[in-house]
Every structure is written in C-alpha cells, then in structure tokens.
Design a protein around this ligand. Structure first.
Ligand SMILES: Nc1ncnc2c1ncn2[C@@H]1O[C@H](COP(=O)(O)OP(=O)(O)OP(=O)(O)O)[C@@H](O)[C@H]1O
Length: 396
C-alpha cells in the first residue's frame, strides 16, 4: 500500500442469497444433490478505490445501491464475499449515531466507557469528557440513563463520542440527516476542522454537503461503481442520471394512449373537392388564439351545410366540438367555393389533441378527416379538461 494511502478497497463484492420462500432455505440445506434454491443478489459488485491521507471521499447513490454495505465492510462490521480492504490507523465509524450507546448507562458513563475503549488515559479523560459534554449540550440529563434521551440528544452524544476518539479514518453514514439545523451546522464545522488531519468517507444524500467537503466522489448504482473522480463531476453525473431516470419513470407512468374513436373517415369526392384544413400552429399556450383555416369546393347545391370540429385528447376523450350552421355561400361558376376559419382561445390542459374536420349537408356526411394534431404546452393547468370562455357577474 502506498505511503499516503490510508484505505485500499480492492475488488470488493458482497452477495446475499435471496430465497423466494423461507422453506426454500431449508430445502437447499437438506438437498442431497446440493440443488440451489436461491438467487444470488449483488449488494456490491467488484468495487475498488483508494483513499489518501487527508482526503475526503463522498459515496453517493440512490437508496439501496450499496452505500451502507460498503461503509460497513470498510469499518469491519461486515465481511465481503470477495475482495479485501486494507486500512491504516484507527477507524471511527458513525454508521448509526446511537448504536454505540448503552441505554442503561448515563451519558457520562457512556462517554467514559467509549473513551477508555479508545485508549485515552486517566489524565486525558477529564478534558475529553468535558469537550464531549460541551459539544453534545445534553445539560443536566448527562447524568441520566441514555434510554431517557430524545433521539436528538442521543445523536449529539453519539457524534460527540465518535469524533472525540481522534480517528485516522472517520466514516460517516448520513449523520447530517438527523438532528436539527443547529446540530447539523455544528457537526459540519467540526468535520471541517478535522478534515486536514484525517481521512473521511462520507455518505450523504445532500449534494451540498458532498460538494462542500468531498475531494472525490464514488457513485454507486446497483452495487456497481459507475463513477469515481472529482466531486463536482461526480455530483453532475449523479444529478444527470437521476433526471434521466425520472424521465424514464414518467414515460412508464403516463397512461397508455388509447386511439380515440373518431368513427369512420370519409370523403365523398362526387360532392366535395379540394378540401384543405389546418391549425395555424402545432403548439398552443393557454389563452392563446387558435385558428383553423379551411377551404373546399362543393359540386352540388347544398341544403343545410354544417361544418363540425370535434376535439379529442390523447386518451380518446371527446373534449368538445365546434359546430357551424351556415348558408351564406356564394355560387362560383359551377361550384360553391368556400373559404373560412374558426377562431377560439386555447383553454385546454397541456396535452396532445386530435381534431377532425367534418362537413355535413343536412344529415348526409360529405367529409370526415382528421386535422394535424396540436399540442397544448404550458405550465398552468385548467380545472377539468377544458375551461370555457366565460364571465362572472356577481352582485353583493
Ligand atoms: N442482509 C441482507 N440480505 C439481503 N439483502 C440485503 C441485506 N442487507 C442489505 N441488502 C440489500 O443490499 C442492497 C444495498 O443495501 P445498502 O443498505 O448498502 O444500500 P444503501 O445504498 O446504503 O441504501 P440507503 O440509502 O437506503 O441507506 C439493498 O438492495 C439491500 O436490500
């Protein structure tokens, strides 16, 4: 191991046997042919890195990706299935702040016990106890059994004890996630003051703390090392990855798109030709003016011409429909040439919509074809599917 290297983690893997049913474990033990009834689960998969003196390494990753398992292996609480860890000097691990505390003993007795285990002599003890007492701010409860403490008090005491043992390697697992703001600040400044003299491994979900303290970052994903290097780059990598996953999840969670039921598409070319219809834009914002321009020619004399414009959302719900009875059409040579537009305001929720251009004469369909889809994109949402143009009149 290099002179400056304090922790060397080499090809660490930790596997667990996963059984579908508890009985499978018994079956496996009793099977004369050593038949396997379990699946192998990799909590950690071939992890290697080195930590140098004075360096702080942040380990980040989402829940269940192996961070705590790695810390436990480095601090000797767990043995790896494969690989090995070499460490130089004294390790103090705060895996669970309160795990080192004995509930029946008082705060003072707990401090004393831990300091003795850490090898402090009688002369040093008094001063150290005072230091921890001051840090933990337990007040008169320091002479009461720890089982009577609040969780915040236990955390303060646990942290105080752990850092006072003058470790060479300090391992911190989410310590800053507990306790109130003041306590967190106190821990942070204590950690900061110790940084230069010791090596630290630091698990946190707070990217700010990681950015503040860590030189390097190890990103774990499903037990694998997916990034190791400079803290800023590591955080960027992690955040980008999280964003991508969120997007994937959103895609999965979006309801299955059902093809809207439009009825049969239809075009009677004997009676209607040169039909054009299009929305002014493909994307609208809330309240924006929407225009559908249309034109067509009729090869006959209509009795009661109606243009319809039904609209569906992406799930096939028929949101609304515009209808126009109109007669004012001008005979142009042998044809009726019609040109017009429908204007409305966009009061639809953000979504993708389909609409149809329908021409009917009395009860006879002449034309039923889809327009190009339009999308409504805005941050604000309306209540329900759509908001209708309206005015309130309220008299007090
Ligand atoms: N004793 C065990 N038996 C089986 N699986 C285990 C055992 N201990 C941990 N695991 C699994 O190993 C994986 C890694 O767990 P670990 O606690 O290291 O994750 P983590 O990244 O620290 O998560 P968190 O951020 O939630 O603390 C998880 O999927 C967990 O369910």
């Amino acid at each position: 191991m290099n002179k400056l290297t304090i922790v060397k983690v080499k090809n660490i893997s930790k596997t667990y046997k996963l059984y579908n049913k508890p009985i499978d474990r018994v079956k496996e033990t009793l099977n004369p042919f050593k038949k396997k009834y379990h699946k192998e689960f990799y909590a950690l998969n071939d992890i290697s890195f080195e930590l140098k003196r004075g360096e702080t390494l942040g380990i980040i990753g989402r829940n269940g990706n192996g961070k705590s398992t790695l810390l436990k292996i480095i601090s000797g609480v767990l043995t790896p299935t494969k690989g090995h860890v070499n460490t130089k000097g004294k390790i103090s691990a705060i895996l669970e702040l309160t795990s080192s505390l004995k509930p029946e003993l008082t705060g003072l007795e707990n401090i004393e016990l831990n300091l003795k285990i850490s090898g402090f002599n009688k002369n040093e003890l008094k001063e150290k106890i005072k230091e921890i007492e001051e840090f933990a701010e337990i007040g008169e409860f320091i002479t009461q059994p720890v089982k009577t403490y609040s969780s915040g008090m236990k955390s303060r005491l646990g942290f105080g004890i752990a850092i006072s043992s003058k470790p060479d390697i300090l391992i911190l697992d989410e310590v800053l996630a507990v306790g109130d703001f003041n306590f967190q600040q106190k821990c942070l400044s204590k950690i900061n003051a110790m940084r230069e003299n010791i090596s630290m491994i630091f698990v946190s979900h707070s990217m700010n703390s990681v950015r503040l303290f860590c030189d390097n970052v190890l990103v774990l994903e499903k037990g694998k090392k997916v990034f190791y290097g400079n803290a800023d780059d590591g955080i960027k990598y992690y955040i980008e990855q999280e964003e991508n996953e969120k997007q994937e999840l959103n895609k999965k969670n979006t309801p299955k798109v059902v093809k809207p039921f439009y009825g049969d598409l239809f075009h009677n070319k004997e009676k209607i030709i040169n039909v054009k219809h299009s929305w002014s834009k493909v994307m609208y914002k809330l309240q924006e003016e929407m225009i559908l321009d249309f034109s067509f020619e009729l090869k006959f004399d209509p009795k009661n011409l109606i243009i319809g414009l039904p609209i569906w959302d992406n799930l096939g719900n028929n949101i609304t429909s515009f209808n126009s009875d109109f007669y004012k059409i001008r005979l142009f040579k042998d044809r009726y040439k019609i040109k017009g537009s429908l204007k409305t305001n966009c009061y639809f929720n953000p979504n993708e919509y389909s609409s149809m251009f329908v021409v009917v004469d009395g009860s006879e369909f002449l034309y039923r074809q889809l327009n190009k889809n339009f999308t409504v994109a805005n941050r604000e949402r309306v209540f329900g599917y759509v908001t209708l143009n309206h005015e309130w009149e309220i008299n007090g």
